[in-house]
Design a protein. Sequence first.
Length: 488
Amino acid sequence: MQLSKLLGRLPSYETKSNEDPLIKELYMDSREVTEGGLFFCVKGYTVDGHDYAQQAAEKGAAAIIAEEDVSVSVPVIKVKDSKRAMALLSAAFYGYPTTKLHLIGVTGTNGKTTVTHLIEKILTDHKINTGIIGTMYMRYAGKEVTTANTTPESLTLQKSFASMVDEGVEAVAMEVSSHALELGRTHGAQFDVAVFTNLSQDHLDFHETMDNYARAKGLLFAQLGNGYEEGRQPRAVINADDKTAGLIQTMTAAPLLTYGIDNDADMKAENIRITERGTAFDLTIGEEREEITLKMTGRFSVYNALAAAAAAYVTGVGIKTIAGSLSSVEGVAGRFERVALEEDFHVIVDYAHTPDSLQNVLETIREFAKGKVSVVVGCGGDRDKTKRPEMAKIAEQLADFVYLTSDNPRSEDPAVIIEHMKAGMSGSSYTVIENRREAIYEAVRRAEKDEIILIAGKGHETYQTIGKVNYHFDDRETAREAAAEARQ
């Protein structure tokens, strides 16, 4: 595409060049630039793309989009906001791919990963070729691509959507983080369905207040549009039991479908039966009723299933198909995942890394536990510090013994993070073992018959971030190794 045609999409810009090169590809990483590329200088938390404009030009960039003056030998287009320009030009360059997809965005503090996977399962069973984008990966057409963020940058998103369209994908279930909404990563993505799961404390290092956090989540719904029309009509799916539901509803003009257990809602779960091996309930909407038998356990699993069911329902899938799909799901990696062991105790790995999610998982375990409950838990570095004592407090209240340990410390001292957690402890039924591997080994060595060990915080992750380096680490793998060693 010619540069001039692309720039025609921008409402305003400055340039001192009359050149009109052919743009062959878009980039925001100077290391990836090839001949004929358009490079966006984006200011990040640790890196400023303006510092790499020269490198991009040397690697063959045909033009540079920047917010500041940069001295390079190729045309520079100066804009007020490189990220906004990048979102707009990426959508145009890749042919507005989300207009050719049924895009479902899922936002909320907890449950996003599970809900998107359940949606993928339901739509796939309904013969809809479905992709998924989120914390664990981007998956479509038999491919799996690692994602650096829960929600990628706009350029990566638009390029990925275009690839999905080329591969015959019809629908995409996508996790939408509050960071992504606040930073404009989803600008240019045309959502057909927006799903709100819940809101509880997290990311206050970024948003500072819960009100700001709630507003950020609401942006997904505010961006659904105001029009009512035949054909493509966006829909909003909202958890009626969450205290933020009313606020989220005021932020969208889209038709609403609410779901819940306790409060009045369009789609409800009734007659809930929770056991050690799963959860059964009746899914109702209007006069329709179908029994669902989940292989996942816990009240939070019912909410996740309801969110996915509601999203699929407004997409056009009947509740009989929905019930069949949900009843056949084995589970999602790292979400209340049982580690297969030969021992007479049990290990469960869960991604729970917020006070609310840790409480949900431990309360569920308490419902069927026959013996002691212990928990191995830490908190991530360079993240919300205010939740650390609260996490420890919940662990102490709901478990018989707590192993305070390291999670992903990143640039922080793990010992300092643990000290923050200890401030929430009031008793002595805990120990501090900073090394996560040693903490898991100790929990397994001390396990009694029928004890349940919850290893919380990392879930599906197969690495531990220390400093700026990701080292291989898998809670499930470590638990199996610890059990095998104890057996010998």
